[in-house]
Design a protein around this ligand. Structure first.
Ligand code: NAD
Ligand code: TDX
Length: 344
């Protein structure tokens, strides 16, 4: 089996590559990644020399390049993780989100049609469903929940999902979509909540919590997400959407306090800053369909997963220190100065 994994130098894509090489040692994995600010070749160091792994630096919007790769590799399966993934950046500048997340997805699917494919899998997000109110804990996102996006990021992901369903219906593309809740774990880029708070804690820097920090996210350990995608590409029904979630809702402020506690840092580092525009209140996935059809259940409890994650950031300081010492500094100053906090 030849599998093209796009965005494999990023957080979830790299964890997926590690999982697949371990779980299916007879498969060939081809990682296609543009290496944007979010992609790190150092993340893939441990697999770079494997005979059944190939890395190709390529933009999924580069039609000629993508077609050439498909012609060379004749993939059986394509799993598309490549995306601009940070909501705050999409609020600063939506354009690259539309380009990569929508146009890039269409280029990949055109290549699948041209060269033939057993399965195209689109990695999507629970954010396409919008948000849920805090005072209705009985409500969850199911696959039937209407799309109702809030940010340019989630709108671009929803646009891609709609295109995938259209390619399936119109052209018969054998496609599946999975919509996952917030992931955490190793190699998570330190612009996102959990790794940002770990890195700032370790550097005794203020911990910027948006608004009151009451927003709720449904956290899933990244390895559990990778196992779910492995199941969907092998056993999931073509044309179907599968929600993937941890049934593990937490308020942002509680996560930040927990990280302080685990690292022995004072909660006085917590600094409330200007809220995200259009900030979604609560995400909560109902994963009944993937459980009933494919037998998937999350295996990692948050209490264990967060400990493993913190340990990984302690043991791999070089990985994230290199990231936050570069261009990230400019991003950070701009993003957090704009939130009206000069001491951040
Ligand atoms: P990430 O930002 O860590 O990684 C994205 C990767 O895509 C990077 O390696 C980057 O270089 C690459 N990339 C970006 N634009 C590209 C382009 N035009 N061509 C080729 N490669 C390109 O993202 P992530 O957190 O690993 O998310 C992966 C996917 O999962 C995304 O599609 C995201 O929408 C989805 N998702 C993420 C989460 C989460 O909690 N992180 C939850 C649900 C869904
Ligand atoms: O500095 C911060 N302070 C803060 O309070 C940051 C970076 C975030 N937050 C809040 C905003 C959110 O309520 O923490 C919560 C989580 O924020 P992010 O880590 O940016 O994730 P989120 O916006 O929930 O989106 C994530 O999950 C769904 C991924 O980044 C998306 O790619 C995925 O689709």
């Amino acid at each position: 089996m030849n599998i093209i994994v796009t965005g494999g130098a990023g957080f979830i894509g790299s964890n997926f590559i590690f999982h697949m090489l371990e779980a299916h040692p007879d498969y060939r994995i081809i990682c296609l990644d543009k290496l944007t600010y979010a992609g790190n070749l150092s993340t893939l160091k441990s697999v770079m020399d494997k005979p059944n792994f190939r890395f190709v630096k390529l933009d999924i919007c580069d039609r000629a390049g993508v077609y050439k790769l498909f012609e060379e590799e004749k993939p059986d399966i394509v799993v598309n993780f490549a995306a601009e993934s940070h909501v705050d950046r999409s609020i600063e500048d939506p354009s690259v989100f539309l380009q990569t997340n929508i146009i890039g997805t269409s280029v990949l699917m055109d290549a699948c049609r041209k060269y033939g494919i057993k399965r195209y899998h689109q990695v999507s997000t629970d954010e396409v469903y919008g948000d849920l109110p805090l005072d209705r804990p009985d409500l969850f996102f199911t696959e039937e929940t209407p799309i109702h996006t809030s940010s340019p990021y989630s709108s671009s992901k929803a646009g891609a999902d709609l295109l995938v369903m259209a390619y399936h219906r119109t052209f018969g593309l054998p496609a599946t979509i999975s919509r996952c809740s917030n992931n955490y774990g190793p190699y998570h880029f330190p612009e996102k909540l959990i790794p940002l708070m770990i890195a700032n804690c370790l550097n005794d820097k203020p911990l910027p919590v948006y608004g009151e920090g009451l927003n709720v996210r449904d956290w899933l350990y990244v390895e559990d997400h990778c196992k779910a995608i492995d199941l969907v590409i092998h056993k999931g029904r073509v044309g179907e959407i599968y929600n993937i979630g941890g049934h593990n809702e937490m308020k942002n402020i509680d996560i930040v306090k927990l990280i302080c506690k685990e690292l022995g840092k004072p909660e006085s580092l917590i600094t409330h800053v200007k809220d995200r525009l259009g900030h979604d209140m609560r995400y909560a996935i109902d994963p009944t369909k993937i459980h009933n059809e494919l037998g998937w259940l999350p295996e990692t409890k948050f209490a264990d997963g967060i400990k493993k994650t913190i340990k990984w950031y302690l043991d791999n300081r070089g990985w994230w220190e290199e990231i936050i010492s570069g261009e990230y500094q400019n991003y950070y100053k701009k993003m957090y100065a704009d939130r009206g906090s000069s001491d951040i």
